[in-house]
Ligand binder design. Structure first.
Ligand code: AMP
Ligand code: ZN
Length: 112
């Protein structure tokens, strides 16, 4: 999508601190980190939010989680929180699905 900032990050049109990339996924540091380690994992395919996922997108969304686990495993990070916000009311600000990886501090439950 031409006006999506995360599509522009994938295309290299907006700079990012890349931590991982393969054929289907891209991961980079969050610009406004909420934990010492805060990474966003996104599918290269533009899907606006998890509720917009279509039948054929399921593998991409499932792969977000296995990609996050791989990234953490490669960095020997054992304790982490994975978050997807769906919709503005839940805190979604960028409408290209992204999985937050948060680590490096203690977390509270329930989240705010
Ligand atoms: P959400 O609120 O779940 O939609 O998360 C969007 C996240 O994208 C926020 O944590 C932002 O800090 C992050 N973000 C927005 N623009 C950029 C950018 N250009 N580079 C890296 N992270 C970004
Ligand atoms: Zn996009």
């Amino acid at each position: 999508m031409s006006d999506c900032i995360f599509c522009k990050i994938i295309a290299g049109e907006i700079p990012s601190e890349k931590v991982y990339e393969d054929r289907d996924y891209f991961a980079f540091s969050d610009i406004n980190p909420q934990a010492p380690y805060h990474i966003l994992v996104i599918p290269k395919k533009h899907i606006s939010k998890i509720a917009e996922m279509e039948e054929g997108d399921k593998e991409f969304v499932g792969g977000l989680f296995s990609t996050a686990v791989k990234i953490c495993s490669d960095k020997a990070i054992t304790d982490y929180r994975l978050v997807i916000n769906n919709g503005e009311g839940a805190g979604q600000a960028v409408f290209h699905i992204h999985l937050h990886i948060l680590a490096g501090r203690d977390f509270e439950w329930p989240p705010g």
